[in-house]
Design a protein around this ligand. Structure first.
Ligand code: PMP
Length: 310
């Protein structure tokens, strides 16, 4: 692809415009009159919500000539962004290098490799912050080889959600209910979803309640950062002022919710179970009638973790 080219490929057009599904019937414990909705992000071509920010980051980098001369796009990822970069890189002819903690599920690592991206694995025990620091180090020491996309600081990450996910939620909630969302629940990996959707919803509905899932420190929830412990890197793009309420969700609760969702037809990964678990807690307060959250990725990506074994 030549410098300054505008990227165009049918796969880019397949990203986003996901269904907003109503989960209310699956959770009879919801207070009467309260409705729970979720964006079904597993239908994106890369199987997760990360296709949205990655398509924006990669196409902007191409348009700005950042990848001229065969420079590789480098980033760190818990796996889903890595899949999106690898898939879109393969489609657009952009060489990709991804730094992933070694504890990422086998399915993620295999798919990144299948698309032909370079995988750089870091010590599983060190977690996402170490992978991030390693990517930074590679970019600083080999600037001629790598262009560092840095999803934790890249404005195109949250803007993708501001321009697409947030707009879709407002339109779809309006057509389903005739009104605005009263609460939004998400977690923080890079903070792109929470910041972009949160900003868009706040503009349209200033009273909207925003709640954030915090994973347990160990074993954690794939895709989400622990935040709040001394030394945790807070993503540059995360707008913490948007968050009204934070709550730790243990992995057992997240997985139990995934099992309930599977029985209702939604086969999703543990971060989605955690979001829905907290969304149910928020709904139980009785103060928010229309609660919206996100189903981030497919449950098939976690078979090797044993979460579905009975
Ligand atoms: N869930 C999963 C499974 C993810 O991979 C991610 C991204 N790391 C998130 C949630 C959080 O998304 P964001 O980066 O927008 O905070």
């Amino acid at each position: 692809m030549s410098t300054g080219a505008t990227a165009s490929h049918p796969i880019l057009a397949a990203v986003g415009q996901t269904p907003l599904v109503e989960l209310t019937p699956a959770f009879p414990e919801l207070p009467p009159g309260t409705r729970l909705f979720a964006k079904l992000e597993s239908v994106n071509p890369g199987g997760s919500i990360k296709d949205r920010p990655v398509s924006r980051m990669i196409t902007r980098a191409l348009a700005e000539g950042r990848l001229a001369g065969g420079r590789r796009l480098l980033d760190s990822s818990s796996g889903n962004a890595g899949i999106a970069y690898a898939m879109l890189g393969a489609a657009l002819g952009v060489p990709i290098s991804i730094v992933v903690p070694g504890n990422a599920s086998r399915e993620r690592l295999d798919r990144i490799a299948a698309h032909g991206a370079e995988l750089i694995l870091t010590d599983p025990v060190e977690g996402y912050d170490f992978a991030l620091r390693h990517a930074k180090h590679l970019a600083a020491t080999q600037p001629e080889r790598y262009w560092y996309s840095n999803q934790y600081a890249n404005e195109n990450n949250w803007r993708a959600h501001y321009e697409t996910t947030g707009v879709e939620i407002l339109e779809q909630v309006r057509s389903a209910t005739g009104g605005l969302p009263d609460a939004f629940v998400a977690g923080v990996g890079t903070g792109g979803t929470l910041t972009g959707v949160g900003r868009r919803l706040r503009e349209a509905a200033p009273q909207v309640h925003i709640a954030s899932v915090i994973p347990d420190i160990f074993p954690g929830l794939e895709g989400l950062k622990p935040l709040g412990t001394e030394g945790d890197i807070v993503p540059d793009i995360l707008d913490e002022a948007l968050i009204d309420h934070r709550q730790i969700v243990p992995i057992e609760d997240a997985v139990a919710t995934c099992r309930r969702l599977a029985r209702a037809g939604y086969y999703v990964g543990p971060s989605s179970g955690a979001y829905v678990h907290l969304a149910l807690r928020v709904a139980a307060l009785g103060a928010h009638r229309v609660v919206v959250t996100v189903l981030n990725d497919t449950g098939e990506r976690y078979v090797s973790t044993g979460m579905w074994a009975s």
